[in-house]
Ligand binder design. Structure first.
Ligand code: E4P
Length: 213
């Protein structure tokens, strides 16, 4: 499983990229709005920093509007992936973009059927939102497992991005259940690295080193 970062904050992206584990970036309208910057300028900056896929979401709800936005976004850099919401209009846009060889990430996936439809329309990625399902008492990880099994059984090469991940257990379970990618909020990288026994171990090694006779 690869790591993407889920943010539009350039400092967070640079810091995560320096860790050497970053394979891509996802943004969404809420994350971009928090930054208070020009969307296209920020995307340009991100694509210059990160070589992998950079997901940028369309705002239009109709296919024609989505396609217009998608073409403008795709023109920013070759590694832009157009993020399209899971709707009937969205599926038509995904099909048209796939015919134009523009990569797509179908977002707001909450069922296996939605993921299968998105894949068949030509999506490069599907993004099941684990945390938001957990929030309403469902099991987000079961959805990842179902999608992974369906894609495997039917030899579908659309990649699964575990999205809306909230804590380290989500990461381990997403990897075990067949997600190809987890898109991770910045603070989670620190949580993934930290272990109290690692910290204690470093402290003991240093103490022993400093107290040697
Ligand atoms: C993924 O592409 C989304 O931007 C994101 O993971 C949503 O996460 P949230 O439910 O924490 O807002």
């Amino acid at each position: 499983m690869k790591f993407f970062i889920d943010t539009a904050n350039i400092d967070e992206i640079k810091e995560a990229n320096a860790l050497g584990v970053l394979a891509g970036v996802t943004t969404n309208p809420s994350l971009v709005a928090k930054e208070g910057v020009s969307f296209h300028e920020r995307l340009k900056e991100i694509t210059e920093e990160v070589d992998g896929s950079v997901s940028a979401e369309v705002i239009s709800l109709d296919t024609e509007g989505m396609l217009k936005e998608a073409k403008e976004l795709a023109a920013i850099a070759p590694n832009i992936t157009v993020k399209v919401p899971m709707t009937l209009e969205g599926l038509k846009a995904v099909k048209a973009l796939s015919d134009l060889n523009i990569k797509t990430n179908v977002t707001l996936i909450f069922s296996a059927n939605q993921a299968l439809l998105a894949a068949r329309a030509g999506a490069s990625y599907v993004s099941p939102f684990l945390g938001r399902l957990d929030d309403i008492g469902h099991n987000g990880m079961e959805l990842v497992a179902q999608i992974a099994e369906i894609f495997d059984r039917h030899a579908i090469d659309t990649e699964i991005i575990a999205a809306s991940v909230r804590h380290p257990v989500h990461i381990t379970d997403a990897a075990l259940n067949g997600a190809h990618i987890a898109t991770v909020p910045f603070k989670l990288f620190d949580q993934l690295v930290k272990h109290p026994l690692t910290d204690q171990g470093i402290e003991k090694f240093l103490n022993d080193w400093n107290n040697q006779k």
